[in-house]
Write a protein that binds this ligand. Structure first.
Ligand SMILES: [Zn+2]
Length: 288
């Protein structure tokens, strides 16, 4: 069994009391500060190894698990009768960042869920996945007037989509139900009713054709009713994300439930068009 510290890093027992450890207190605060400034667990561990503070007495080496344990230890906020070393605000900010940085979940190489939603970033028409050659896949816009043709590996496409899904995972409030598309549905209903009237007046149409039109009109009416299923699923997803759960499965659920289309542009960027018409696009790159 590994050697365990009797009390957490940052404290010592003197005169039977738990007290801040003079050097380790600085290290704890330094670690929290570095993490909040954006340093990775590994970078902080390497940094700490170079300093003259030991986590374990028998070695100067730090690893990222030690850093992680320190960042997660609520005793530093004064819990359990320990002296406070870190403010509640800093501790909470670190936990939030830990959750958001953990949303780094790769999508699987199975791009079928993406494929069904691929549209051209220029004209919005569906894109078709061509054959794979030398690891690259050609995505071709079906609109012959547009003809956009982009070659990309499946892995690169999955990662481009995952980047945007992770952004979306950090903004669960965007997961709202779509507004009913009244205008378009009404137009289609009017067109169908006109066609039915004409067909009946012609009196030469088959019963089968008349019934097909009638069924289509009924289907249109159902479409006008709000479908409870996506709303419910979106709410469940939102609740999961608000609790900080954004693993690979959640990202796939986001893709299948909340995303209507994945737009691929000629400069190989990906935009997500949500079912509620919100667009998740690449953030402006800050110029250095
Ligand atoms: Zn196109």
């Amino acid at each position: 069994m590994a050697w365990q510290r009797k009390i957490p890093f940052g404290y010592l027992i003197r005169d039977g009391l738990i007290q801040p450890h003079p050097q380790e207190v600085d290290a704890v605060r330094y670690i929290f500060g570095q993490y909040l400034a954006g340093a990775s667990l590994l970078a902080i561990a390497e940094d700490m190894t170079r300093q003259d503070v030991r986590y374990h007495q028998h070695t100067t080496e730090w690893n990222k698990n030690m850093v992680k344990r320190i960042l997660e230890n609520i005793k530093y906020t004064g819990a359990g009768g320990y002296p406070r070393l870190v403010s509640d605000e800093d501790f909470a900010a670190v936990q939030r960042q830990r959750r958001s940085r953990n949303t780094y979940a790769p999508l699987s190489a199975d791009i079928r869920p993406i494929q069904s939603k691929m549209v051209c970033g220029l004209c919005g028409v569906k894109m078709i996945r061509g054959n794979r050659s030398h690891g690259l896949v050609h995505w071709k816009c079906q609109n012959s007037d547009c003809g956009q043709n982009i070659s990309l590996s499946d892995e690169a496409l999955a990662e481009l989509v995952a980047v945007q899904l992770r952004e979306l995972a950090l903004a669960p409030h965007l997961l709202t139900a779509p507004e009913p598309q009244q205008a378009g549905v009404d137009m289609e209903a009017i067109r169908l009713r006109n066609e039915l009237t004409l067909a009946l007046n012609r009196g030469t149409e088959s019963l089968k054709y008349i019934r097909t039109l009638a069924f289509a009109i009924t289907a249109q009416r159902y479409e006008q009713l709000p479908d409870p299923t996506p709303t419910h699923e979106l709410e469940q997803l939102r609740a999961r994300l608000e609790q900080g759960s954004a693993d690979a499965d959640t990202l796939v659920s986001l893709l299948t439930t909340a995303v209507r289309a994945v737009r691929l542009t000629p400069d190989k960027t990906v935009e997500l068009e949500l079912v509620n018409d919100t667009i998740i696009a690449e953030k402006e790159v800050q110029s250095a």
